[in-house]
Design a protein around this ligand. Sequence first.
Ligand code: DGJ
Length: 543
Amino acid sequence: MRFSPRTTLVCLITLHFVAIANVDMWARETPHIQMQNGTGEFIVDGRPFLIRGGELGNSSACTAAEADRIVPNVARLHVNTILMPVAWEQIEPKEGSFDFSILDHWIDVASENHVRLVLLWFGSWKNAFSNYAPAWVKQDTRRFPRAQAADGAPLEILSALSEENRRSDSRAFRSLMHHVREKDGESETVLMVQVENEVGYLGWGRDRSEDANTLFRGRVPDKLITALAAKGRLSPELAAHFDPHGRTWSEVFGDAADEVFMAWNYANYMDAVAQAGKQEYRIPMYVNAQLPAALESAGKYPSGGPHPYYLEVWRVAAPSLDFYSPDIYWPDFEYWMKRYEIPGNAVFVPEARMDVASFNALYAYGEARAFGFSPFAIDAVEATDSPAPGIMQVYQLLESLEDLLPAAQAEGKTRALVLHKTSPRLTQTVALGGYLFEAALSRSWPERAVIADHGAALILESGPGEFYILGSGLTVNFIRDPDVDSGSAGIASVEQVTRRGGNWTTERWLNGDQTNQGRELLTDPHQPRIYRVRLYAIPSGRH
Ligand code: DGJ
């Protein structure tokens, strides 16, 4: 059969568009991160998805049977996504022979319970150490070299410089992603993957193996110097040391050289692993960081991990990673959140303290515009506990707002307030929609004693002068924002509301003693609730 040149051209153009459409379809249908107005949205099934997460304890997903016990309980906590470890030793007990039966059962049970999964790849490293690598890797220290301490002692940490380590981990991870795509690519129970866990070198400053010493004495790759020099802004810690005119690691990074060297090598390794996985299944992949404690030196915390000081080095080395996440156990939750709110980085907290999770979650979604939050050891919480666990109450309320929140986040129409009895700050104020919201911890009446140890609220602006405030433990005053005009603020109404299937119900109209005679919002001291507050502006000079 012969075609005229015109027919051939039409066919080629059609094929071209079909190919583009397929690529688009792939990009549209697979979970992915989308930056919207500076907010990182997680798109699942074509819509922004808010992860109400919970991470399992380290040994909780090591048998199939545990899924039957744990998943239904966690699902009742209004968690919509479970973060679960998948260990290299579990899936590749013998080199080259893979067993995914435990994971498969977890995927099946999660799917039956309408819960999604984030897989945590415990491959070469878990909290710096290599204890989840299979025995055939751990035992063969010649083939799979370790990082070394300053005195030459080999550590229980696989070397980030070894080609063989990287190749074997990448192969296992690639098999995992191949399997997940085959089993779950249609139903998308598995949404994304954390590559390794809290990596970095524990010991004096940096790996002192012969290979590491040789590389460290050599030149810093031009790619790194050029990319850092081209960045408008570096973190203060990196900017304080970076000299683009130097050649060696010590010349270019001064006192930070050991740690930046480790960051570069870990990031390159992790990029290779993530890239291998994405060749099989292109879903978001991220890394999590153990954060430095105050005054702690590198090596006491995992040196070279993806914490904020040297994150720019990671971003140059690891384009296959979609975003960087903090595990926040330190008290200053807000400070660490802010350090990850950097241009282009979608905000997700894979691990956080359970005892204050219900407060910090509101801060994460409302103020840091996170697409997800996840307290650690969720399987230790019982859905049958009475009163209901705090995070369960907050997640239940957030669930009722989940179709409203992402758009509000992306439009800059959310804020949050968090106060603790132990913090030096007595009040906190944020601005939204022409008003200031000034919060203090709930007090008793008439004694005026503080009666809440913690208070938090997420504020969502739903229209001019109309706000939904989800929280507890706070008294909130409303002030006209002086940056907008010089008027004052009045409260038109305060309702305690619930929302089901997109429909709002007013449970109580609050006024009189319940609003301090129309002057403030008094949230319940302990029980998280949603309030609808309508405000009006009183122009200055008129009464
Ligand atoms: C951080 C780690 O990433 C988790 O796996 C777990 O070990 C917690 N610390 C604390 O137990």
